[in-house]
Design a protein around this ligand. Structure first.
Ligand code: BTN
Length: 297
């Protein structure tokens, strides 16, 4: 662990309280230069008052105690799409758990080739390289639960993988695969304003206000790590939580997959993470994703 990560770890873990640290003046000046506000006391040591509203790899590492996710973290000021960066890195033997954040994306993309607005210094736009040893759809289910947990009590999940607040989209998940590698891309709107989104999307989207965006990023990674481990060992516990949060279950829905339409009752998730839809005929359809989902009343 680098000296900077060590110091930041101690400062973060002391939760705003003073902590005795061996903090050379040059190192303190460097942290202050980065935007950390640190109070020094002759007897009590140092206290982190506030950190910069910037994602920084060392800072994020220092906040984490995860098993897999975040073992390595990269932060780009700007990139095309963090999913593309992870895809390139996946070709070399990078270990799973690598997380790539971008403060802005010029070609952020959503599902079905849609563009994903990724304004600079707002939101959490990131991708994780994983090699899951369980059915892939479980990953998206686990990820949506992780995001919903940190988004607070009012957050809900709309199948297949939107996290919503008051019926508006707060976060989206784009999982892509390259051989045995999964690229889990997550976009979570934080501190965004209406002008940050294309005009036609404004009535449909929302954003989480947050005074500590790096802290929120660390929380998402922490929840994701716990749920990633649990997805292999106890997926039913995750589906139970997902079902409590999901607004699609129990509804009559119509899903469009290519030129195929399925009408029926959204019943449950199966052990792979696929949605089971009961048609009016009683027949059960197993669906992994759809081009269009319409709730029927
Ligand atoms: C969706 O709901 O359509 C999925 C949106 C996924 C957006 C994230 S932002 C980070 C990562 N990089 C991308 O280009 N897309 C995902």
């Amino acid at each position: 662990m680098s000296a900077t990560i060590e110091i930041l770890t101690q400062l973060h873990r002391s939760n705003g309280q003073f902590v005795r640290l061996d903090l050379p003046a040059a190192e303190l000046a460097e942290l202050q230069q980065l935007g950390y506000s640190i109070e020094a006391h002759p007897h009590l040591g140092y206290r982190l008052v506030a950190g910069p509203d910037r994602l920084m790899a060392d800072d994020l590492r220092a906040r984490l105690q995860t098993k897999i996710i975040g073992r390595e973290i990269l932060v780009f000021e700007e990139t095309t799409s963090t999913n593309d960066v992870v895809e390139r890195l996946a070709r070399s033997q990078v270990q799973e758990g690598l997380v790539v954040f971008a403060e802005s994306q010029t070609k952020g993309r959503g599902r079905h080739g849609r563009a994903w607005a990724s304004p600079r210094g707002k939101g959490l736009w990131f991708s994780v390289l994983l090699r899951p040893k369980f059915p892939l759809p479980r990953l998206t289910v686990a990820a949506s639960v992780a995001v919903a947990r940190v988004a607070g009590q009012a957050a809900r999940i709309k199948w297949p993988n939107d996290v919503t607040l008051d019926g508006r989209k707060l976060a989206g998940i784009l999982t892509e695969t390259r051989q045995a590698t999964a690229i889990l891309g997550i976009g979570l709107n934080v501190n965004c304003r209406a002008e940050d989104f294309p005009a036609d999307l404004r009535p449909l989207v929302t954003s989480l206000p947050c005074a500590d965006r790096p802290g929120l990023a660390a929380q998402v990674l922490t929840e994701l790590d716990a749920l990633y481990v649990q997805a292999a060992t106890d997926f039913p516990a995750i589906t139970a939580e997902w079902a409590r949060l999901c607004t699609t279950l129990g509804k009559q829905i119509a899903v469009q997959i290519g030129d195929r339409r399925i009408d029926g009752h959204a019943q449950a998730l199966d052990e792979d993470g696929a949605l089971l839809i009961r048609r009016d005929t009683g027949q059960i359809e197993r669906v992994l994703g759809a081009d269009l989902v319409v709730e029927r009343t």
